[in-house]
Design a binder for this molecule. Structure first.
Ligand code: C2E
Ligand code: MG
Ligand code: MG
Ligand code: MG
Length: 291
């Protein structure tokens, strides 16, 4: 109490900052062992055709279950992994796991889907990235057309550095998409020149799109532009039926969000794969014109 009291007077002791630093160090320390100790899991979230909720792909999303820290969200530990370079071994594990799982599902006879993997800046600019991807695809036996790499606008900000890497990746035959589209400062005129096939519109624009005229206008112009240059579009974070209805009305081809399914573990994802369409409750059926 005394130290705190004193601290408050001198403005030196800052429990909040201290706690933050402690948490950060704790995460970093435990993250070093997370791959080795088998604490990481990949979850999968369906990506569906807006018209009929047919499942066409899944985004892989990392989960970290620590025996003492509990579940730590990727929003918290990925930036730390990125800063410390731990993202390189973690990212390698994610890619390997996603490709292995996708190949296993294909070998079991499920209709093939594309699995997308989030790629962080450090991974993307790692000079060995493309090379390691080639050997990974070879090792797992997955055809490159079933892998998609999600890269944010921020990562591609310096177009002159990013472009040759994107071209290399494209020549491997993997799909490339821009994640969280709209949150960065990417110049629209460059989109045409980037070898990406898909935009994932950030969930902040999808939220309340049914009532927010500004969001509707933004999404509609992204859709119009994408159509013109031949890009696919996925709406991220679709939570409500009204949002889905608005997206359908605007002609958005693909959607992803809690409305269809939360990210789920591999066994549950496999169950979703064995159904033709995502969990459809009655209301959803009605809006989708499905009997
Ligand atoms: P992201 O790539 O934009 O992934 C979408 C995030 O939105 C995921 O959060 C997902 O669970 C969440 N989400 C999906 N549908 C909805 C919805 O309807 N409503 C709301 N509110 N949220 C929804 P998550 O899994 O916590 O991941 C957060 C971020 O962490 C990801 O954003 C991605 O940037 C990063 N991340 C996750 N897994 C990986 C990974 O394996 N590698 C790398 N480098 N980054 C990852
Ligand atoms: Mg993503
Ligand atoms: Mg996203
Ligand atoms: Mg995001």
């Amino acid at each position: 109490f005394e130290a705190k009291q004193q601290g408050r007077q001198t403005q030196i002791y800052n429990p909040t900052l201290n706690e933050q630093l402690h948490r950060r160090m704790e995460i970093e320390l435990h993250l070093r062992k997370a791959v080795e100790f088998g604490q990481l899991k990949l979850y999968y979230q369906p990506i569906v055709v807006t018209e009929n909720a047919r499942l066409v792909g899944m985004e892989s999303l990392i989960r970290w279950f620590h025996p003492v820290l509990g579940t730590v969200s990727p929003g918290e530990f990925i930036p730390i992994a990125e800063e410390t370079g731990l993202i390189v071994p973690i990212g390698r594990w994610v890619l390997e796991e996603a490709c292995r799982q996708n190949k296993q599902w294909q070998d079991s006879g499920f209709t093939p889907i594309v699995i997308s993997v989030n790629i962080s800046s450090r991974q993307f600019y790692d000079p060995l990235f493309t090379e390691s991807l080639v050997s990974l695809l070879h090792r797992t036996g997955l055809a490159p057309q079933w892998l998609e790499l999600e890269i944010t606008e921020g990562v591609m900000m310096d177009i002159h550095t990013a472009l040759p890497i994107l071209m290399d990746l494209q020549s491997l035959g993997v799909n490339l998409s821009i994640d969280d589209f709209g949150t960065g400062y990417s110049s629209l005129k460059y989109l045409k020149e980037l070898p990406v096939g898909k935009l994932k519109i950030d969930q902040s624009f999808i939220k309340h799109i049914d009532t927010n005229a500004v969001h509707t206008a933004i999404v509609q112009s992204v859709l119009a532009m994408s159509k013109q240059i031949g890009l696919d579009v996925v709406a991220e974070g679709v939570e409500r039926l009204e949002e889905l209805a608005a997206l359908r009305q605007s002609g958005c081809p693909f959607a992803q969000g809690y409305l269809f399914s939360h990210p789920v573990a591999a066994d549950e994802a496999e169950r979703l794969l064995s159904e033709t369409r995502c969990k459809l409750d009655e209301q959803l059926n009605e809006i989708l014109d499905i009997d």
